[in-house]
Design a protein around this ligand. Structure first.
Ligand code: NAD
Length: 293
């Protein structure tokens, strides 16, 4: 095994062993979490992580087929009663309202909402059509607004607070070539989260952001035009080679995996972060601050 892979596997085994040894201290026991894009790479890693800690999870996605295989996978490990699926397009108000209604009916409430459903699109500014711009705004900006608003309403009605987490991106902080629409839409999520935090604080509703850098493994976003364009811009012919470029340019010289992002989500989901709201964690191996392009 490559040195880093061996290190990562050892690390995760240790973490898993720690969790096994302390079932009573499980931070999320009895909590209910809703995850958009829940059938994707980061969504599934987050569902697994929260369920390891004892949560029930409703995974919401637009892809019916992957939604069902994801449900089966989670049910096998964590029990069929602890996972639910709901189809919704996050850009459709009615669908999102119905998805939260279904979650409350199935599990009896909501404690955590992870706004995560997303896409990536590659086009230089001059080639960015209005339709492409609008698609990014619809899914990443409006989708996160509708999701967090419905979570907020439900949490307010329950009057027991809650935690909303937005999976934004390193590109919400720094511009990335050929991705003006994506970067702009992602940046809006940071400010939406601050606004949610401000209005939620008196109600015990927290809102925080996790900013991943490139997570190539397990993510479907990279398997397509975005990944091809990014690889070509570094004269690389595969995602493995591109991942190595990102690893080398990071401060820590490490790749970022969906499980790393899930750790940030688990932190903001649990009471361990009870005194944190309106904040951001970058999980980027130091890439956002490396200044090495
Ligand atoms: P992914 O493609 O594996 O998962 C995204 C999921 O969102 C998919 O299951 C997809 O079906 C779903 N989705 C897309 N449009 C939807 C819609 N309109 N309604 C409902 N669901 C929809 O990608 P991922 O890497 O797991 O990405 C998750 C989030 O992380 C995204 O918001 C992405 O922008 C962000 N992010 C990812 C990376 C990365 O490198 N993978 C880096 C920074 C930020």
């Amino acid at each position: 095994l490559p040195e880093q892979e061996a290190f990562d596997i050892e690390y995760w085994l240790l973490e898993e062993a720690k969790l096994q040894r302390m079932p009573k201290a499980r931070a999320m026991a009895g909590k209910i979490a809703f995850i958009t894009g829940g059938a994707g790479g980061i969504g599934m890693a987050s569902a697994r992580r929260l369920m390891q800690d004892g949560a029930c999870v409703m995974i919401c996605d637009i892809d019916r087929e992957v939604l069902e295989t994801s449900r089966q996978e989670l049910a096998k490990t964590y029990g069929a009663d602890n996972v639910g699926t709901v189809w919704a397009d996050v850009t459709k108000e009615d669908a999102i309202i119905a998805a939260f209604r279904e979650t409350a009916a199935a599990f009896g409430g909501l404690d955590v909402c992870v706004c995560n459903a997303g896409i990536a699109s590659a086009a230089p500014l001059e080639d960015t059509s209005l339709a492409l711009w609008q698609k990014n705004i619809d899914i990443l900006s409006t989708g996160y607004f509708l999701t967090s608003r419905e979570a907020f309403r439900l949490m307010k009605d329950q009057a027991i607070g809650g935690s909303i987490i937005m999976v934004a991106s390193k590109n919400a902080l720094v511009a990335s070539p050929g991705a003006a629409a994506y970067c702009t839409a992602k940046a809006s999520e940071l400010h939406l989260s601050r606004c949610v935090a401000l209005e939620g604080a008196p109600l015990g509703i927290r809102s925080n952001v996790v900013n991943p850098d490139a997570v190539l493994r397990g993510s479907r976003i990279w398997k397509g035009e975005w990944g091809d364009q990014r690889a070509a811009s570094y004269q690389k012919s595969s995602l493995e080679e591109l991942d190595e470029v990102y690893r080398q340019r990071s401060l820590l010289k490490r790749s970022v995996y969906p499980e790393d992002i899930a750790e940030g989500i688990a932190f903001f989901a649990s009471e361990i972060s009870a005194k944190s709201t309106g904040n951001i964690i970058n999980i980027d191996a130091g890439n956002a601050n490396a200044f090495t392009r």
